[in-house]
Ligand binder design. Structure first.
Ligand code: HEM
Length: 416
């Protein structure tokens, strides 16, 4: 038997690390695996019979692949070549009809339509709205906290972004409570690794309910327009109906679970770093750099997947046409070649160019809004509750997509 080549030895090590990443322990704490990947280089090949051709995790390499037109999101044509069953799943179809899996003219059209609404200048004009909603929710939280520990995820972190995006889209307030469970079921199809049949079925049911909901809302706004995004899009015939509904679903979904996890992950991090928490409480002007560091250090989204549209290579690792690469954006955020002391949470860090919002043509449409919500929510919560403390250590997180706490029980104390 001949000795394995250097490339196949690296591929075997990378495959072992990927298995470790997807294990229970790796899902709980992926950062030690990311650190070992960095020791292997910036890009590592995987064995030819695996799902992906390579893992891309170095900071520069991640940025290059995400911006490279030679790599594309997995669109319908790609899925048709690799799977015969995807059209049976409404949840997968919904994602496919949305901006997330669009390319070319379709991508440009949707991003133009939604882009204005979620621009940085629009996010700035929304700040008073975000502050008003945050203060109302904090009043409710304070009332509930008088009776003991409160789950800040359910009562604040999820509700704030859901109410903000609900206002923008025009989803009436009483309807919003029905979203978190459905959105969670829908989002299960985005997770890294295998999905069970039960998860797929639940995602399809959620997709059917969300589609029916937005179809009724669009029909209603066509008859009685209001000053909101659903009315504007309902009056515009540039998007075919299935694409319009799919994009409303994903924008609503993407708009609130990500931001909720920024708030929840951030709060937990700050409670573990009392000096940083005290500094932010004393000076809310630190909020922008604190939010960036939370997004670098413990982001809600850890990965993206792209396929090679032609034979190519990344940092010397070949990627044949049609093969996918697993892009670990959260690992890039901890690249020791890019960040000093990458495993140190340091909200005073400058030059903090992370990939929490991805990069290139699919760069997050709601980045400005997500940042604004985080920057407003965290200091307000800390100043409102001067004795904030964990009531219980939260259950471990296992997701790479929408990584966050299911619940975060806090003792809020009172301002007496
Ligand atoms: C902290 C909050 C947020 C984080 C961490 C986040 C993260 C991301 C990431 C990583 C992507 C790119 C996925 C890829 O490259 O495949 C993305 C795309 C997207 N995000 Fe966000 N997001 C956040 C907030 C929001 C908000 C508030 C909205 C709603 C307006 C939003 C809407 C979208 C949309 C529509 C896309 C798809 C863009 C495209 O494919 O062209 N996101 N987001």
């Amino acid at each position: 038997m001949s000795a394995p080549t250097a490339a196949s030895a690296v591929a075997a090590s990378a495959a072992a690390l990927l298995r470790e990443l997807l294990s229970d322990q790796g899902r709980r704490d992926p950062y030690p695996v990311y650190a070992r990947l960095h020791e292997l280089g910036t890009v590592v090949p995987l064995p030819p019979d695996g799902k992906h051709a390579a893992i891309v995790h170095g900071h520069d390499a991640v940025g290059r692949v995400l911006r490279d037109p030679g790599f594309a999101v997995l669109d319908g044509d790609y899925l048709d070549r690799t799977s015969t069953r995807w059209r049976e799943h409404l949840a997968v179809q919904t994602m496919q009809n949305s901006v997330f899996h669009a390319g070319g003219d379709r991508l440009a059209r949707v991003r133009r339509l939604f882009g204005q609404v979620f621009s940085a200048s629009r996010a700035a004009t929304l700040e008073p709205v975000i502050e008003r909603i945050a203060d109302r929710l904090l009043d409710e939280l304070a009332a509930a906290a008088e009776h003991g520990a409160v789950d800040v995820m359910a009562r604040f972190a999820l509700r704030l972004p859901s109410d903000v995006i609900g206002e923008i889209l025009g989803v009436p307030e009483p309807d919003r409570a029905g979203f978190p469970a459905r959105v969670k079921a829908f989002d299960a199809i985005l997770e890294l690794g295998q999905r069970s049949f039960r998860e797929l079925r639940a995602a399809d049911t959620a997709a059917a309910e969300l589609t029916a909901y937005f179809a009724a809302l669009v029909a209603e706004r066509r008859v009685r327009p209001a000053d909101d995004l659903v009315s504007a899009l309902a009056a515009d015939d540039r998007l075919p109906e299935p694409e319009l509904l799919a994009n409303l679903i994903v924008v609503f979904n993407a708009g609130f679970r990500t931001t909720a996890n920024l708030i929840g992950n951030g709060l937990h991090l700050l409670l573990q770093h009392p000096d940083s928490l005290a500094a932010l409480r004393a000076d809310p002007a630190l909020a922008p750099s604190c939010v960036e560091e939370i997004l670098r250090f413990d982001p809600p989204v850890h990965f993206a997947v792209r396929f090679a549209v032609h034979d190519t290579e990344v940092d010397g690792v070949p990627v044949p046409e049609g093969r996918t690469v697993l892009i670990l954006t959260a690992a890039a955020n901890r690249d020791p070649a890019r960040f000093a002391d990458p495993d140190q949470f340091d909200p005073t860090r400058t030059d903090n160019q992370h990939y929490a919002f991805s990069a290139g043509p699919h760069y997050c449409l709601g980045a400005a809004l997500g940042r604004a919500v985080g920057r407003i929510a965290l200091p307000r919560l800390l100043t409102r509750f001067p004795r904030l403390a964990l009531a219980a250590e939260p259950a471990a997180r296992h997701q790479f997509m929408l990584r966050g706490y299911d619940r975060l029980d806090l003792l809020c104390g009172t301002a007496s």
